[in-house]
Write a protein that binds this ligand. Structure first.
Ligand SMILES: Cc1cc2nc3c(=O)[nH]c(=O)nc-3n(C[C@H](O)[C@H](O)[C@H](O)COP(=O)(O)OP(=O)(O)OC[C@H]3O[C@@H](n4cnc5c(N)ncnc54)[C@H](O)[C@@H]3O)c2cc1C
Length: 350
């Protein structure tokens, strides 16, 4: 049981928000998590299609921190090692060359899809009725009934509005730009806003492709022998064969992530144009010129941190406002976990 039980709102059910919420719940606090999306996980996301799943957000994760390793070990079998057989694809003068990447740290993927991890962490919150999805927080303000506490204005499906009240602590576990906008709109925490203004995060256009013809007899997959590659093609930074990940269905499927520079330059392009351009680049890099049976693109507005905050979280014990997210430390799912965990420990310590 907590020293003093707090009534805490966590805004955002990505890896950071869930790591934060589960830690605070385990410490005995009352926690309510609100997220504007339809399923928990944020950028640790997966999409089901008639041809199989795509991890269109985080592709895999690496484990460097003992606390993350320990937490993952609590659910054996949820994460499996992926033999990505990754290469670096160089394209300096239009001629593609491949170089094996040094065999580095293991690539881990969740089974059956990347969003299995956030779903698993969210399950106790769902069971307790303390996770509300499709709930966008639009304003943080002092509680109308008790000015020492906070209330949150929210909008939900069909523009429904609702006020959540009675919180002594509000933790924002959302991308930095959205946190900055929410604080600005709420006329709160100008010093935190100043710190957020220094963080830089790039967008990422992501293309998903499926080639069901490649599972016909005598043809296991199309194109290259590698399953994942870092690319120097000006349009593409990373591409991976989804069907090569453990626990996935065999239909040949690729996820292609555009480079940060190209994504920024084409941020406002329409989806058909982005699909055509990335599909052409995909053919150049992989040599796969077959027509896919399925294509879809997704635009991540805040995808990859270029300049992090440089500390794991922000916390103001006087007002009870805190911030966490991958952008505090870097651009990896593990950074989000550490950020959420360390904010929770700080809040609990009082
Ligand atoms: C294309 C792509 C590829 C990636 N590849 C990898 C990889 O290979 N390996 C790796 O380790 N990491 C990768 N990452 C990064 C990884 O996904 C993130 O580091 C991690 O998921 C971030 O978690 P988070 O909780 O900080 O933020 P998020 O996952 O963004 O969660 C924030 C949540 O807040 C919600 N939200 C926002 N505003 C509001 C509001 N006003 N009200 C209510 N809810 C709100 C959102 O719906 C979201 O669910 C990738 C990311 C992208 C986009």
């Amino acid at each position: 049981m907590a020293k003093q039980q707090r009534n805490i709102a966590v805004i955002g059910a990505g890896i950071a928000g869930l790591a934060c919420a589960r830690t605070l719940t385990q410490a005995g606090h009352r926690v309510t998590v609100l997220d504007k999306g339809s399923t928990p996980g944020g950028r640790m996301a997966s999409r089901d299609t008639p041809f199989g799943s795509f991890d269109h957000g985080a592709q895999y994760f690496t484990v460097r921190d003992a606390r993350f390793e320990k937490t993952l070990a609590l659910t054996p079998g949820l994460a499996k090692r992926w033999s990505a057989n990754a290469v670096r694809v160089l394209d300096p003068h239009g001629r593609v060359a491949e170089a094996a990447l040094p065999s580095g740290e293991p690539h881990w993927v969740c089974v059956p899809t990347m969003d299995a991890l956030p779903r698993h962490w969210a399950a106790p919150l769902v069971d307790a009725g303390s996770l509300d999805m499709q709930t966008r927080v639009t304003r943080i303000e002092r509680d109308a009934l008790d000015p020492k506490r906070w209330q949150l204005q929210t909008s939900g499906p069909q523009d429904s509005v609702h006020v959540y009240s009675g919180f002594d602590t509000v933790l924002l576990a959302i991308p930095h730009a959205q946190a900055e906008a929410l604080l600005r709109l709420s006329a709160l925490a100008p010093q935190m806003q100043e710190k957020l203004a220094k963080v830089e995060v790039a967008p990422c256009w992501t293309l998903m492709l499926a080639f069901p013809q490649a599972v016909q007899p005598n043809l296991t997959h199309l194109g290259p022998q590698w399953n994942a590659a870092l690319s120097t093609h000006h349009r593409i930074a990373w591409l991976a064969r989804e069907s090569s990940k453990p626990g996935r269905s065999p239909v040949e499927r690729w996820t292609v992530q555009a480079s940060a520079a190209w994504s920024q330059e084409h941020l406002q392009d329409d989806e058909p144009r982005v699909t055509a351009k990335l599909q052409k680049a995909f053919a150049e890099v992989t040599g796969i010129h077959a027509e896919p049976s399925f294509t879809q693109v997704h635009r991540w507005r805040w995808a990859k941190t270029l300049t992090p905050l440089g500390r794991s979280h922000l916390w103001d014990g006087k007002t009870g406002l805190g911030l966490c997210g991958d952008w505090c430390l870097g651009h990896r799912a593990e950074d989000a976990f550490i950020s959420g965990l360390e904010l929770a420990l700080k809040v609990h310590a009082g």
